[in-house]
Write a protein that binds this ligand. Structure first.
Ligand code: HMG
Length: 370
């Protein structure tokens, strides 16, 4: 790893305190449970009670990442950038980062802002922090990057079983956990696949178009990475391939799109998916789509336990649409993976609710929104 490498110095995760099994939702909606479990690949969706929304999730995850970093000798005075990727903004003007800065008492000589591009916003905030460090403008300062969302669809919307929530925090500076390669592979095309007009509480979705856009973005970004080399050899060199996870079946479709594009046999594509992709989604299946945080939850799972020098790829997708493929190299802090404890603690503390509780929760939200 080069002496000037930039990356993740500290990593933390947080899931909110409620969850609903998709089978419960299926019963409530009169759907076949297998449609949600096998058809979409979902298990449980994380949900936020009224007193634990995006600000509380962001503050909790940020405190975890900072405490871990400080225990390793980090100093909060070095934070000169607070970037928050989210599509759960509370205000059209005031950035979510200002709410978070209030909660963390962060003020002074720092840039603090929110980044919006659907599920791609967290990755954009991370890339800005990485490029700020690489440019030299950061000097010895570090960035605190957060990706936090609560994904809710209208009740009975086809997207409802894919709902979720979660938050990821990364201190961007020395690559103790993972180095992030300076070169990445973006692709964007304007589309109305999933969007939420100003003033509306829930997204509008063109389901089939969103699937097609995602698959197209996967193919284009991976073509950017592979170039004129042998795709199987290039991807085979990665320990894991992580994807934005709107629901696990979408990721499988993306991988099979790659297989088709690169001319692999079905068996080879299935083996790649089984060995390098499916295991990264273990935690995503427990929290559902956490929008900006989804990819980084998969990355956290993939990095956990890696030896320094092992590499992973990370495909980010945000509707609208924008995508980017990053590559990371595990640092010495990946093997111990202290962020596993975040997931274990949150899973142990969270309450699985019934379909009746869920109906009441949604009703309370609509009253609060009025
Ligand atoms: P749908 O149209 O109700 O579902 O909702 P379907 O009829 O397509 O069925 C889904 C799958 O279940 C199919 O599998 C069925 O065959 C299967 P496939 O053929 O596709 O492999 N199925 C069953 N399997 C077993 N037993 C059964 C059974 N019945 C059916 N009994 C849809 C699907 C994706 C449209 C919906 O969930 C949705 O609108 N989701 C939200 C949009 C979305 O997630 N799009 C993904 C790409 S866009 C993205 O990733 C960005 C996003 O994260 C937002 C952002 O960027 O901010 C969403």
């Amino acid at each position: 790893m080069s002496q000037n490498a930039v990356g993740i110095a500290s990593l933390a995760l947080h899931l909110p305190p409620l969850a609903l099994a998709v089978e419960e939702l299926a019963t409530l909606r009169g759907a076949e449970p297998a449609k949600y479990t096998l058809g979409l690949g979902c298990k449980t969706m994380a949900l936020c009670p009224p007193n634990h929304g995006v600000v509380e999730m962001a503050a909790t995850v940020a405190e975890r990442a900072l405490a871990r970093w400080e225990a390793d000798g980090g100093d909060r005075d070095r934070i000169a950038l607070l970037g928050v990727g989210t599509e759960s903004a509370l205000d059209m003007s005031r950035p979510l980062s200002a709410f978070v800065a209030d909660a963390l008492d962060l003020r002074g000589a720092l840039r603090s802002y929110e980044v919006k591009h659907a599920c791609y916003g967290g990755t954009l905030a991370l890339r800005q922090a990485v490029e700020w460090r690489l440019s030299g403008a950061a000097q010895d300062k570090v960035a605190l990057v957060l990706a936090v969302d609560q994904a809710l669809y209208a009740e009975e919307d086809p997207g409802e079983p894919t709902q979720g929530a979660g938050a990821v925090a990364m201190v961007v500076g020395e690559p103790t956990v993972a180095a992030i390669a300076p070169i990445s592979h973006p692709w964007s095309e304007p589309a109305f696949d999933f969007w939420r007009p100003v003033g509306e509480a829930f997204p509008r979705v063109q389901g089939q178009l969103s699937l097609d856009c995602y698959k197209r973005a996967v193919e284009q970004c991976f073509r950017g990475l592979v170039g004129d080399r042998d795709a199987a050899a290039v991807l085979g060199a990665f320990h894991a391939l992580c994807f934005h996870v709107p629901f696990p079946k979408m990721v499988k479709k993306g991988v099979f799109q790659l297989g088709e594009a690169f001319g692999w046999s079905e068996a080879d594509t299935a083996a790649l998916y089984r060995d390098k992709v499916e295991p990264t989604m273990e935690w995503n299946q427990l929290c559902g789509n956490a929008y900006t945080a989804s990819l980084w939850i998969a990355v956290a799972r993939a990095l956990a336990g890696l030896a320094a020098g092992e590499r992973i790829a990370a495909f980010s997708y945000g509707s609208g649409f924008g995508a980017e493929l990053l590559t990371l190299t595990a640092g010495p802090g990946a093997a111990a993976a202290p962020w596993r404890a975040d997931i274990e603690a949150d899973l142990a503390a969270r309450r699985l609710i019934t379909s009746d509780d869920y109906t009441a929760l949604r009703a309370a939200e609509s009253v609060a929104a009025e």
